[in-house]
Ligand binder design. Structure first.
Ligand code: FRU
Length: 486
């Protein structure tokens, strides 16, 4: 596997022509997806700036053009009329100023009257490679014009380590003030959220304090991508604690999750009403982001990076990596977030197939109804039933276990090859979306979701389902264009 030098990783993209041939090569990959957002070349990680603005959805992603490597990051822009069909619009934020010289890192969006404001972390490195994080802003106008504020809104706080990033902009109407929450690390290396406030968007920003989250003072070493949302009338703190192991999550130490509770913007306290929950129980999910400004709905819309930090994937040798999850509908039920596939996704269904032959199309939706008891499902098995990814439900413990150690192309084994989650209710229903290199499993109408990358070989096109369940299969249509737009 290629060893990247720092110069190669942080090379500035001068012209689209430098990566056209790379795009043409990867376009032919067997693992290019047809209904998931994926990088035009190189590496995709976090979703950024997810927003409804000017009559369409806008979703950006962290993008390093050169290959499957974390290097110089751009914001790549995609848009959609309906959250299902997406088109590539090219680079929106380039790391071309002093303040973001080594990357336009993650952030969020706030729509205004004539433009949408994009807040992001300028990842500056000084000549000794010391990191200095600035909070920066770009205005994006409806006609596509962009204006980058020539100075940052604020620099890093001296009272935390160099790890301060991922601004989430929040307007709090009761206080008539804007807040920016930022993922940070205390000087004694504990993950936390710090908060800035201002009466105006472009200036007047001041440090307001560290978010108090009673009971979570020592929970991981850095919190990335924090956000505070109101979902179904409930306050939700979403964040990604790093350097911490959690039950059922193998050796993985990077998690995307949430706490339900109550946010008090006067005392800057988020009082939890329960414990930390993992958002997605599969292998590959991180840096989830909710779409901004959809307060008129009784649900939120969420997407995430279907990947993990510090990981490698079989497409690395093809010089690309990563995709986003399908956007999902989020509500709060009881003490949990419920995540459902968007209702309009049924529009992607093409012909319904007879499950009898046990052949899995490369892009399909499965719907499985259990008649009770334990359930065994194997996906991507060989035609003789061997190998594949196994999904086992143990009714006595209400435990779902997903095991991908049986696939031909194993990867990220060091993060653990099984994931477990115990359900609140008995298993009754599964809805599974399979694209050319991913699988998203929705359990019991949103009780739990498992998202994972999977890279089937030519012989891995079978499935096996235990007798106590029935299945329907639909072939799914393309919804995401793979055009070369830079
Ligand atoms: C999370 C993250 C963010 C950062 C971005 C850089 O995956 O590390 O904290 O802004 O990725 O690409």
């Amino acid at each position: 596997m290629k060893e990247w030098t720092k110069e190669e990783r942080y090379r500035v993209l001068e012209s689209p022509e430098e990566i056209r041939a790379l795009h043409e090569r990867i376009e032919g990959s067997d693992y290019r997806q047809i209904f998931h957002i994926q990088p035009v070349t190189g590496l995709l990680n976090d979703p950024n700036g997810f927003v409804w603005y000017g009559g369409s959805w806008h979703l950006f992603y962290q993008w390093c053009p050169w290959g499957a490597v974390h290097g110089l990051k751009y914001w790549y822009h995609t848009s959609s009329p309906d959250l299902i069909h997406w088109e590539n619009l090219g680079i929106c934020i380039s790391p071309d100023s002093e303040y973001d010289n080594k990357g336009a890192y993650s952030g969020s969006a706030l729509p205004g009257k004539d433009s949408v404001c994009l807040f992001y972390t300028g990842n500056h490195r000084d000549p000794d490679w010391k990191r200095i994080s600035y909070t920066c802003m770009v205005k994006l106008y409806e006609d596509g014009r962009r204006y980058k504020l020539p100075w940052p809104l604020f620099g890093p706080s001296p009272d935390y380590t160099e790890h301060q990033r991922d601004p989430k902009i929040i307007y709090v109407p009761e206080k008539k003030e804007y807040f920016i929450v930022i993922g940070a690390q205390t000087l004694d290396k504990k993950g936390c959220v710090i908060i800035y406030r201002s009466p105006a968007l472009l200036d007047g920003w001041e440090f307001a304090g560290q978010l108090k989250v009673p009971g979570f003072e020592d929970f991981g070493g850095m919190w990335e991508c924090p956000s505070i949302e109101k979902i179904s009338g409930q306050d939700v703190l979403l964040f990604c604690p790093q350097h911490i192991r959690l039950p059922g999550r193998g050796e993985n130490t990077n998690h995307s999750g949430y706490i339900l509770g109550e946010m008090n913007w006067d005392t800057l306290t988020f009082t939890p009403s329960g414990s930390f929950h993992v958002l997605d129980f599969g292998f590959d999910s991180y840096a989830a982001e909710c779409a901004a400004n959809i307060e008129d709905r009784d649900y939120a819309v969420l997407t995430a990076w279907m990947g993990l930090p510090d990981s490698s994937y079989p497409t690395d040798e093809e010089d690309w990596q990563g995709c986003l999850t399908m956007p999902r509908e989020l509500t709060v039920r009881g003490r949990r977030l419920i995540q459902k596939p968007l209702a309009d996704l049924t529009a992607l269904r093409m012909e319904e197939l007879d499950p009898g032959p046990g052949v899995l199309p490369r892009t399909c939706e499965l719907e499985i109804l259990s008649r009770g008891g334990d359930l065994d499902l194997k996906l991507f098995s060989h035609q003789d039933g061997s190998g594949g990814m196994s999904i086992h439900y143990d009714d006595s413990r209400r435990m779902v276990t997903v095991d991908r150690s049986g696939v031909d192309r194993r990867f990220n084994e060091s993060m653990g090859e099984t994931r477990e989650h115990s359900l609140e209710n008995r298993l009754s229903h599964l809805r599974i979306f399979i694209d050319r290199s991913s699988v998203e499993i929705f359990v019991n109408n949103g009780d739990a979701v498992f998202s994972s990358r999977i890279f089937p070989t030519a012989g891995e096109n079978g499935f096996v389902l235990s007798d106590n369940a029935s299945m329907r299969i639909w072939r799914l249509d393309r919804a995401v264009q793979d055009d070369f737009v830079v």
